[in-house]
Design a protein around this ligand. Structure first.
Ligand SMILES: [Zn+2]
Length: 418
């Protein structure tokens, strides 16, 4: 007889709401959390495998709010699409597994390197053909001709060589958004501002109002949400004006942005992507970007400004700031994603519990499933981690894959006790 249900006994539960850790037991039936009880309660245990947690931590699986399964650990945007599609797809399949190995049971796709990869990966995960986190599939980065992500060389205009999907004008935007919706995306991604590693600086805002308006008109028509690469203050305002819910980076958000984010804190999410800034400024020397270089210093400067902006958001309370560090470049390898929680604690000044909430409860919210995902709560999906340690005391324990003793997604063991 197979044991369909699982009872975690004697675990210290971090439920993801921000409540204190408490000792108890959790019964999982099928793919849902059925009951949560204190240790002395007698939970019905028919057909159940009992796991004695010996005081270890049971917590919700993590969510990476800015995830690129198709970034292939290259040192430049150009190199990402130089990998031939066949190898690239296999690489992406392995990344999906690696994310789950790292305790991330959910992720918001923050753009796909090729038109259909994100949708194909999401479908394969959902159909059980490959393993990976719950995943929201995105478009390629939709950018303006010559904007961030237009990596086609000036003398050869080949879409396959461009990392971003290029548009000029509202009509091209309409066609592009409809095309990606045809592929089955959950989200669209707009590149509104630049990026220091490219010729377009981070403070530049490249997409026109008409283009953004058309993108959102089409997305709304089909009930599709949007996210944006928005480093400059003006690009953050475009997100606020046009209802782009997921605002990535927001490094140069000014007081007006902060006021408006606070006013509409239940609508918007901010994903600063700190790992990318930290590692490009200080951790990319072996890839030709030493910390004393002009490029690294530009990132160090942006990091300083971004951290101040995030501290202000945190101080205002209620503005949702989520982890997800643009992992998948050579110096931000996939699988190190839990570092973002450490940055939140050490740089922004969150408590470890606040950082955990940003990766769990808010993860359920940004995934669009606030009532069924991201918490250890009755009726929620059984996405849980058994951690040998207390992340409330040491948030870095979540980076140590050996300490993630059990990784369960949708009631299935991805990793079990050995
Ligand atoms: Zn990104």
């Amino acid at each position: 007889m197979s044991l369909d249900n699982v009872l975690f006994k004697n675990v210290n539960i971090i439920d993801g709401t921000g409540a204190d850790r408490f000792s108890g037991q959790v019964l999982i039936e099928g793919n849902r959390i059925k009951r949560i009880a204190l240790n002395d309660d007698n939970l019905d245990s028919d057909n159940v495998r009992v796991i004695d947690g010996a005081g270890k931590t049971l917590m919700p699986g993590l969510c990476d709010a800015h995830l690129h399964l198709t970034w292939n650990d290259q040192p430049t945007l150009e190199f990402i699409t130089m990998m031939p599609p066949e190898e690239h797809l296999i690489h992406s399949v392995n990344v999906a597994r690696k994310l789950l190995d790292s305790g991330f049971t959910s992720g918001v796709g923050a753009a796909s390197a090729r038109p259909r990869f994100d949708c194909v990966l999401r479908n394969a995960i959902n159909e059980g053909h490959i393993v990976g986190p719950r995943y929201l599939a995105n478009t390629q980065e939709i950018t303006t001709t010559g904007g961030l992500g237009d990596t086609s060389p000036p003398h050869v205009d080949i879409d396959e060589l461009s990392f971003g999907w290029r548009i000029s004008g509202p009509d091209e935007m309409r066609k592009t958004v409809r095309q990606f919706i045809k592929y089955g995306v959950d989200l669209i991604k707009l590149n509104l501002s630049g990026e220091e590693i490219t010729p377009i600086p981070a403070r530049a805002t490249t997409m026109s109002e008409e283009e953004v308006d058309m993108a959102m008109t089409e997305a709304r028509r089909y009930g599709i949400r949007a996210c944006a690469h928005a480093r400059s203050a003006d690009s953050v305002k475009q997100c606020l004006d046009h209802g782009i819910e997921i605002i990535y980076h927001a490094s140069f958000a000014d007081e007006e942005c902060l006021d408006r984010l606070e006013e509409h804190k239940d609508k918007f999410f901010v994903g600063p992507g700190l790992a990318w800034l930290v590692q490009t400024a200080y951790g990319a020397a072996e890839f030709g970007i030493p910390p004393e270089s002009e490029l690294a210093q530009a990132y160090a400067n942006e990091l300083e400004v971004a951290v101040e902006a995030m501290k202000k958001m945190h101080a205002r309370g209620g503005i949702r700031v989520l982890p997800g560090g643009d992992y998948g470049f050579a110096w931000t390898p996939h699988g190190t994603n839990a570092k973002d929680l450490q940055y939140f604690v050490e740089m922004i000044g969150m408590t470890p519990m606040e950082a955990i909430v940003s990766a769990t409860k808010m993860g359920g919210e940004i995934m669009g499933q606030p009532n069924s995902l991201g918490l250890i709560a009755e009726g929620y999906f059984a996405d849980v981690l058994l951690v040998d340690g207390n992340p409330e005391e040491d948030i870095t324990v979540l980076q140590d894959h050996n300490k993630l003793e059990i990784i369960m997604k949708d009631g299935e063991f991805h990793k079990d006790l050995t």
